[in-house]
Design a protein around this ligand. Structure first.
Ligand SMILES: [Zn+2]
Length: 118
């Protein structure tokens, strides 16, 4: 890991930016779009009932005492991010999937070469 904190931040920002661009590219290629969601607090909020369940970074399991939901911490956060993103998309009034486009299927090189002899 890089010891220079400013450099580490710059690298992480560039990495997230690249992931965002690649994800948007893939979504647009399939006729969809990407909705960016503020991730803050998504692992602390219960995806079942919305109650705040504070936990440290070392706690890997989300366990809500209010509704009894027990999940992996990341799965809980993913559900919250998905719900927030879908809510934002609905509020914007634009569908997530604009037009489904067919992407040509991947043909392994061996198989592609086999077709050339026909
Ligand atoms: Zn809950």
């Amino acid at each position: 890991m890089v010891k220079n904190h400013n450099l580490t931040s710059a690298i992480m920002d560039a990495t997230w930016g690249q992931l965002r661009r690649m994800t948007a590219y893939k979504a647009e290629r399939r006729g969809g779009r990407v909705v960016l969601v503020e991730p803050r607090g998504t692992s602390q909020k219960c995806s079942g009932c919305g109650t705040a369940v504070p936990k440290g970074l070392d706690e890997r399991t989300h366990w809500c005492l209010n509704c009894g939901l027990a999940l992996d911490r990341d799965v809980n956060a993913a559900r919250n991010i998905s719900a927030t993103g879908l809510g934002q998309a609905r509020a914007e009034g634009q569908p997530l999937l604009v037009q489904r486009r067919r992407i040509s299927k991947f043909v392994p090189v061996k198989q592609a070469n086999a077709f050339r002899h026909w």
